[in-house]
Design a protein around this ligand. Structure first.
Ligand code: SAH
Length: 522
């Protein structure tokens, strides 16, 4: 976390670029300022979740355009920024892309300078460079383009008083990047050709660049308008004119990722979802997190947990059956004044690699880790461990199956079950329901996720996504899914996150990055 004293100064206005749309392309400075701001005045084209890190008490105010509503005039926004600055609030003015590239940030800075209000400019990655980059078009290239011009396509190229000199642009020795104006493409292309540009000049139009729904259309100055019309391209989109546009064929990368163009739902609790979400996004999928469950630490058992943690060294064997369990157990140990050393003489068993990683992150190397994350596999892996007459503790979710404690008790162990948390239902919000309805795949990583998702859908009166194929982590989860009336399209062979990802890729018919993959989205 940034040092709050310096992150955002009171009475200062920050003109901040939020980048082209991919949340990962926001700058560190922008995130730090959003987290510290008293007020954020934002536009439409900012990344999803850009404001998630804002303070709960911050004022978040939309000042962009809205269909059918007259947008706030620029003078009013300028005046508002001056007023916020004078009121002493730390103010972030958040805009898509870069604030000084067709963002009217220049005018806002002038107003602040004239009023003597302190301000700072935080550049962002501009869409005119980022969207082509995500579509495989470098705007400059040693062999192809030694200059690049950022041009607004907003103006009517046919009106005589146009501020743009189209003849000069046609003669420009480099790449033209046109912002806005996809609807004017036919006029713009005609104007450039008329002014001397070759009709064969390569052109690429990138719609919603860097976003999961990115699309790109390639052509030449003569046919691009028709192709764009055919594809139904809508704003926001940028147009790249120049020989670099041809390099797309060679360089396009995100569209060639195996899950590009597919929407995949992740149904784990948010606290657990990030690993799977990151893997899927890395493979090009649009991920919908639909956590119908939430991990709730158990306050009622806190005394028991504290007591068990305080004498953890007395157990012969400690079994941890989930990454959450690992974290909560280690927190309890810390609260009891212990660290990893308390487990020095204890055999530690993790139910699988994910749990082992969670333990390792806190300095504990599990002694027993089965390759497959199911209770049966752990029971088998514990076959060599002497438990008869010994005290054993199983740290887990309250509603977990009893396979492990039962098997250990059968072998004569004195088993104590330590319920660390509940998995509780979490209603799905409208936005998530809409996104979920469009899912191509729904992943289930535990029976509880099936139960909770089907219940949450029923509660919302929503059907299971019509087109979605179900990916299950293993047989137990598959059985639950079938009991709930779902058809399981594919079941993981390895019962962990990697296994789920492998199963999904196999079902899509892709294994890894395929350089021969077609460019068009599925
Ligand atoms: N300041 C912004 C530009 C604002 S003007 C920047 O630096 O990117 C709005 C125009 O930006 C849109 O009409 C479109 O041409 C372009 N644009 C913004 N986001 C885009 C995206 N994700 N993909 C393609 N073009 C985008």
């Amino acid at each position: 976390m940034p040092d709050d004293d310096t992150a955002a100064l009171p009475g200062t206005v920050y003109l901040v670029g939020a980048g082209p749309g991919d949340p990962g392309l926001m700058t560190r400075r922008s995130l730090e300022l959003i987290a510290a701001a008293d007020v954020v005045l934002y536009d439409r084209l900012i990344p999803t979740g850009a404001l998630d890190g804002a303070r709960p008490d911050a004022e978040l105010r939309y000042v962009g355009k809205q269909p059918g509503v007259p947008s706030m005039p620029q003078e009013e926004i300028n005046a508002l920024l001056v007023e916020e600055g004078r009121s002493g609030r730390a103010t972030v003015r958040l805009k898509g892309g870069d604030p000084f590239v067709f963002g009217r940030g220049g005018e806002e800075a002038q107003a602040l300078a004239a009023a003597g209000v302190p301000f700072e400019v935080v550049p962002g990655i501009t869409s005119g460079i980022a969207a082509p980059a995500y579509a495989g078009v470098p705007v400059t290239h040693r062999d192809d383009a030694s200059a690049v011009a950022l041009v607004t396509g907003h103006e009517d190229p046919l009106k005589p008083e146009s501020a743009l000199d189209w003849s000069a642009l046609a003669a420009f020795p480099g790449t033209l990047v046109l912002y806005m104006g996809v609807g004017r493409l036919a006029d713009i292309a005609a104007r450039l050709v008329e002014a001397g540009h070759s009709g064969d000049e390569p052109v690429a139009v990138v719609e919603r660049g860097t976003l999961p729904a990115q699309r790109a259309v390639s052509g030449t100055l003569s046919d691009i308008a028709e192709r764009v019309e055919e594809a139904g391209v809508r704003p926001p989109a940028v147009t790249v004119v120049g020989s670099v546009a041809r390099l797309r064929e060679e360089i396009a990368w995100i569209e060639r990722r195996p899950l590009f163009g597919l929407t995949v739902a992740v149904t784990r609790a948010r606290a657990q979802a990030s690993g799977l979400t990151t893997r899927l996004r890395g493979l090009g999928a649009e991920v919908v997190e639909a956590p119908a469950i939430r991990i709730a630490p158990r306050p009622s058992d806190r005394a028991d947990i504290a007591a068990a943690a305080a004498r953890i060294g007395e157990y012969a064997l400690v079994c941890v059956t989930s990454p959450n369990g690992a974290e909560l157990l280690l927190e309890a140990l810390a609260a009891a004044g212990h660290d990893a050393r308390a487990l020095a003489g204890v055999t530690v068993a993790a139910i699988g690699p994910g749990t082992a990683r969670a333990l390792a992150a806190r300095g504990i190397d599990a002694d027993v880790v089965p390759g497959r994350s199911i209770a049966e596999a752990l029971v088998e892996a514990l076959g060599e461990v002497e438990v008869e007459g010994r005290r054993v503790i199983v740290a887990r979710a309250a509603d977990a199956r009893d396979v492990l404690p039962d098997a250990l008790a059968e072998r004569g162990a004195q088993v104590e079950v330590l319920p660390l948390y509940d998995t509780v239902p979490e209603p799905l919000d409208a936005e998530t329901l809409t996104a979920l309805a469009a899912a191509d795949y729904v992943t289930f990583t535990a029976s509880s996720t099936v139960d909770h998702l089907t219940r949450a859908l029923a509660a919302a009166g929503a059907p299971f996504p019509a087109e979605a194929r179900v990916v299950s982590i293993g047989p137990v989860t598959s059985t639950t899914a079938r009991e709930r009336g779902l058809e399981v399209a594919v079941e993981a062979e390895r019962h962990d996150i990697d296994g789920v990802v492998e199963a999904l890729l196999a079902d899509v018919g892709r294994s890894e990055l395929d350089p021969e993959a077609p460019l068009s989205p599925r």
